[in-house]
Design a binder for this molecule. Structure first.
Ligand SMILES: Nc1ncnc2c1ncn2[C@@H]1O[C@H](COP(=O)(O)OP(=O)(O)OP(=O)(O)O)[C@@H](O)[C@H]1O
Length: 741
């Protein structure tokens, strides 16, 4: 440990280690995941464990489990139970994964402990915990008496390092604690009647006007403060957590350090954010006040998600202004800040969707790069700087003198004319205030409308740009002729450049609109502060604005959706074309003994992936009745099957209507009778019964499709294994194969 450091040498950490990587610009945010132990309800009701921690950095979501035997007609079947959804079996990698047995101390050591050195170097740091209700966010952040959370542990480390440095530096330390509830910022240390307003300062970043700053001298003071603040925090029981925090809590520590020898001052801010639950409405019981609450939580978390997406994609425009939370966290995400995100999940299948969403969210956040710099206030300004400042001040004095002289002349003129002087500064008459507010809101709505329109255009352009980028890289893999490749590449680059130019213009407009909007917002705030009677009118107008914004955001999503479905169709067609191109080439190469083992393996892998990804999936979304998934099948009878399948899908279309609206069993039987030859139909009678049962139970389009394929397969017994394997599952295919033999 280095104790005799004379100054804040830029490249050395507090323990003398090189901290270049930690303080360099462009570092990714650190994302860790904590899996909490199962609670009594989860263990009591026999829920499955869907999160398995593989090692310190990897976890498996919804892993394959040792299958419970599945019997059909008294015979144990080897394949998976058709009635069960296949497991996702997904691997997720993070900077650190904490298993259920990990305690708060362990989480602290591997997530926030290192931040203190960075903080002491004068860089801002942020920690935020994310997860569904009851996933363990507050437990991680605050803990309890026996096991204090990372806020206390991090502050204890801060005081420890401060103590070590007291001979070299003077410290000033203050904390604030606030919550964002229903899009209002409230002071938790000294609750005020009305919500606090956010102000943006070009030097100090986002500030909360009127927030209480409390000095603390030791970590024990903190306990008291946090306890006091938490009593004021908005909590309501949810179905998933009896003491659910329904607001986002932001604890901030401001540090000013002055190096005694050089006088150099560094400012740093540590923010610790306990986000409200990210669960779906159903988990909290979506009624009444809980519904409004949930909608606001979702609004801010959606806005946070959008910011994370924009930052992860490296977009220039990040929609921080979409919610109070994102405005507040502007510094903490991707800006001048070292950020740690702790995603909390439950291991139980009871929270399957929420856990999956949290893991996806966290994976996305891993891509964000921050742009960190030290907040050094330079005290050693040279003489030329002072001269410049003095000159500017002199200029200002001169201007003020001139202004004073001209107003004096105006005054004398008024006196001479015996008329009352018109005031230079606009003071609004109280009776005119409602009209003034209305005018401000009109201007606000106009600008917001324009902003939302531009935002939609920007999102669409961004999406198109991404697609063009992807096409460009695909082209390099696909083209064999270098001239063709160059030509295609040039064309695409031209389009990309044009799109980028358009996008940059939009970003410029968006930025200037943001400034206008911020200016109007401030004027509105000032007006409402001056005349509290206007609060109701302002809230009503704000509702209109929110409504309008939601309408535009919905339209934006619809637009992107449309583009995505067009893209999906194009890719589907492309896949089909590639399949039919690849298949004959495979046979030609194979026939001429030119197929290498590697090529064969790649081909088989590709086929396997097509089978796995396109066919065996029990997606709840309507998978439709198209046979395109089977068209990727590579068998000798494929060409013969295609027209039949097409016809089948048409037939199934009518069956589909019958099946979904009346009786699924009738649908399956009808379909089988329609597509099967008499003898295979007879042979398949038992399987038909089986599938009918499945259809009855599952009633999913995919099962209906499987039934159709089985019928088709019965006409082409040779193709049975490959087709049924893909569209139904092992059990059915094996069963049918056995029957047919
Ligand atoms: N790692 C853990 N070890 C032991 N108990 C835990 C752990 N994580 C959470 N719990 C317990 O689970 C319950 C819910 O946790 P917590 O209140 O932290 O959830 P939350 O994510 O903050 O929920 P909300 O968003 O609803 O506030 C609490 O009783 C807490 O003590």
């Amino acid at each position: 440990m280095v104790k005799n450091r004379k100054d804040l040498t830029p490249r050395r950490g507090i323990r003398g280690t090189a901290v270049k990587s930690r303080v360099s610009a462009g570092a990714n945010i650190r994302v860790v995941v904590r899996v909490r132990p199962q609670n009594a309800k989860e263990t009591g009701e026999n829920f499955r464990t869907v999160v398995k921690v593989s090692d310190e950095q990897m976890l498996m979501f919804d892993p394959e489990e040792d299958s419970t035997p599945f019997f059909y007609h008294g015979v144990q079947q080897k394949g998976r139970d058709l009635l069960k959804k296949p497991h996702k079996n997904m691997k997720f990698l993070f900077d650190r994964v904490f298993p259920p047995i990990a305690n708060n101390e362990e989480v602290f050591v591997h997530s926030t402990k290192d931040l203190i050195e960075t903080l002491m170097d004068g860089c801002n740091c942020s920690v935020f915990v994310y997860g569904a209700t009851g996933a363990g966010k507050t437990h991680t952040m605050l803990g309890h008496n026996g096991a204090p959370g990372i806020t206390y542990l991090t502050m204890r480390e801060l005081f420890h390092q401060k103590q070590e440095l007291t001979t070299e530096r003077d410290f000033e330390l203050a904390v604030s604690y606030l919550e964002v509830y229903n899009e209002n910022v409230q002071d938790l240390l000294q609750p005020k009647g009305s919500p606090l307003h956010l102000r943006e300062d070009s030097k100090l970043g986002v500030m909360v006007a009127g927030i209480t700053l409390k000095r603390i001298e030791n970590p024990e003071d903190l306990f008291e403060l946090l306890e006091k603040g938490n009593k004021n925090r908005t909590q309501h029981p949810t179905d998933a957590n009896a003491e659910s925090s329904r607001s986002h809590a932001v604890f901030q520590v401001y540090i000013r350090m002055k190096v005694k020898q050089t006088g150099q001052t560094r400012l740093a801010k540590l923010s610790m954010i306990d986000l409200a639950g990210s669960e779906r409405g159903a988990a909290t019981g979506c009624k009444g006040a809980r519904f409004t609450e949930g909608a606001n939580i979702n609004k801010s978390l959606l806005a946070l998600g959008n910011c994370i997406n924009s930052l992860a994609d490296g977009q220039r425009h990040v929609p921080y202004r979409d919610s109070k939370l994102t405005r507040l966290l502007k510094d903490s995400l991707g800006g001048n800040c070292h950020t740690v995100m702790i995603a909390n999940v439950s291991p139980s299948s009871m929270s399957f969707e929420d856990t999956y969403n949290t893991l996806k969210y966290a994976t996305r956040a891993k891509k964000i790069k921050s742009n960190v710099k030290k907040n050094v206030v330079n005290n050693e300004l040279n003489a030329s700087h002072y001269i410049k400042v003095i000159e500017e001040l002199n200029k200002e004095i001169l201007q003020l003198k001139e202004a004073a002289a001209s107003s004096e002349t105006a005054c004398t003129k008024c006196k001479n004319n015996d008329k009352p002087m018109k005031q230079e500064v606009e003071v609004v008459d109280s009776s005119e205030m409602p009209t003034k507010l209305k005018t401000l809101f009109d201007e606000y709505i106009m600008n917001q409308e324009r902003y939302q329109k531009l935002h939609s255009n920007h999102a669409t352009l961004d999406y198109r740009l991404n697609l063009k980028d992807e096409t460009n890289s695909r082209l390099s893999d696909f083209c064999v002729d270098s001239r063709e490749k160059e030509k295609g590449h040039k064309k695409l680059v031209h389009t990309i450049e044009t799109l980028k130019k358009q996008n940059n213009a939009l970003v410029y407009d968006l930025d200037s609109l943001e400034k206008t909007i911020a200016r109007i917002e401030e004027e509105i705030q000032n007006l409402v502060e001056a005349a509290p009677d206007l609060k109701m009118q302002a809230e009503l107008e704000q509702c209109k604005v929110d409504n309008m914004k939601m309408k535009y955001q919905y339209q934006e999503l619809q637009g992107i959706n449309k583009l995505q479905s067009v893209e999906l169709n194009t890719r589907g067609a492309l896949m089909e074309n590639m399949g039919s191109l690849l298949q004959p080439w495979y046979y030609i190469l194979d026939g001429h003994n030119m197929m290498t083992d590697d090529m064969r393996k790649k081909y088989t892998d590709l086929r396997g992936r097509l089978q796995g990804e396109c066919n065996v999936t029990f997606d709840d979304a309507d998978s439709g009745l198209s046979t395109s998934s089977s068209s990727s099948n590579i068998t000798t009878v494929e060409k013969d099957l295609r027209p039949l399948k097409r016809k089948l899908s048409e037939d199934m279309d009518s069956t589909f209507i019958l099946g979904s609206s009346t009786n699924s069993k009738n649908a399956a039987d009808y379909m089988l009778s329609k597509v099967c030859e008499p003898s295979p139909a007879k042979k398949l009678a038992k399987s038909a019964k089986l599938t009918s049962q499945i259809v009855l139970k599952e009633n999913r389009p995919l099962v209906r499709k499987a039934v159709g394929t089985m019928g088709t397969a019965s006409r082409f017994p040779g193709a049975l294994s490959s087709i049924t394997c893909k569209t139904t599952n092992k059990y059915t295919s094996k069963h049918l194969l056995a029957k047919q033999k």
